[in-house]
Design a protein around this ligand. Sequence first.
Ligand code: NAD
Length: 471
Amino acid sequence: MTAQLSFLDQVNRSFDRAAALAGYDPHLMNQIKECNSVYRLTFPLKRDDGSMEVIEAWRAEHSHHKLPTKGGIRYSLMASEDEVMALAALMTFKCAIVEVPFGGAKGGIRIDRRSYSRGELERITRRYTFELVKKLFIGPGVDVPAPDYGTGPTEMAWIVDTFKSLSGGELNAEACVTGKPIAQGGIRGRLEATGRGVYYGVREACGVEEDMKALGLSTGIEGKRVVLQGLGNVGYNAARFLANDGALLVGLAEYEGAIADPDGLDLEAVIEHRRETGSILGFPGATDLPSSAEALEMDCDILVPAALENQITEENAGRIQARMIAEAANGPTTAAADEILLEKGVTILPDLFLNAGGVTVSYFEWLKNLSHVRFGRMEKRFDETAQRQLLSAVEQATGQTFSDRDVSHFASGADEEDLVNSGLEETMVNAFHQVREVQKNHGSDVDLRTAAFINAIDKIVVCYEELGIFP
Ligand code: NAD
């Protein structure tokens, strides 16, 4: 029964389906599929009230075919060995799809962060980092964590600070983790990168007239009715970029429930309402739905699950009305649900492609840390001057004068954020069209998830071929 498959089994099942079509040596496929190392650890936490608690945590490094390995750390009560291994495997394939030179990894600490004070979270994060350092499970050339569910720039700042204090003056210490605050070696654009990448992926998919026609939808984002689950880092930013491009947010869900409005919800006003009242429920003019799960079944064009895995299952897949599912979260659709949805003709933009914007910009941050210089610092002014000279040459040649506004618009060198966003857009656009191409080449019964896995396998195989280990 597919419904009982663990998260890791589900990822492996998708891998196996793609591997069977990719046509490589089965032993090589096994090597690529298996998780290389898993570190399970426990450590004590002294709570603020003086009591003691044992904290359970993991770090999985799925593939060492490229180093360092890379993947987020999540704080969640659902964290488990199976979950980190599944997420680490997805990271390997994700990195291959967007061509960032990392193997996949993932970390998890089994806690509900809302139950701990800031000081307790800091002690947990620093102790976890200390344990990873001791076992060589973290380092700029070894394994580089990042934020994930329940973590953000503050936890990354504690990690880099702990690592620095233990690494004895290591010059590249800042590159031991990404998603850091800017002052700690972070990069502009990383915070919203995953959500922005989700937007680019959805925009590309909605831009293909042939595919949209097949779904009975118009081309483009404008006017698309979107339901989104999970208003955290990824969900909030994906919603923001989609809405800015004209999508209507007809449903928003958080763990306390969901709200709906067929005319579209004002995202910033909803966030403000939640800040004030502690809940999205009761938002003026919207209808309350008692559970987040109900929002998934709303009538809409695009459903964006952006919270956690296993949200769309065999149980509710038949009632999903969306024509497109944009997997902003990792593993939101179970294998059994996948089959039901594909049967219904729903297009699924798979997690291993769609939420790869985070690791793409993490790669840029890592490069920045290794080069010790901000992107754009050397050339921004030079480019601006060259463009101004060009504009003045055009003015002289044509007799036309550009306004100050035009000059500052046309003659502006790119800064770090411009370059990061442009590199991210280029990556997501290329990755979408590559995956779609693989899908086309394999015929109509190959879905985008299988195509994405095949694309990743093709790229990883190249790394093994030259070693001559496999025939
Ligand atoms: P986050 O902690 O910032 O946000 C998650 C949000 O989901 C929270 O607001 C939480 O309250 C909400 N939530 C939890 N359970 C819910 C439920 N049942 N219904 C509705 N909302 C619920 O986490 P995030 O970083 O945004 O990560 C979300 C997903 O995106 C995860 O699957 C993560 O692995 C994936 N992801 C994150 C990144 C990243 O850069 N942060 C990168 C790639 C993938």
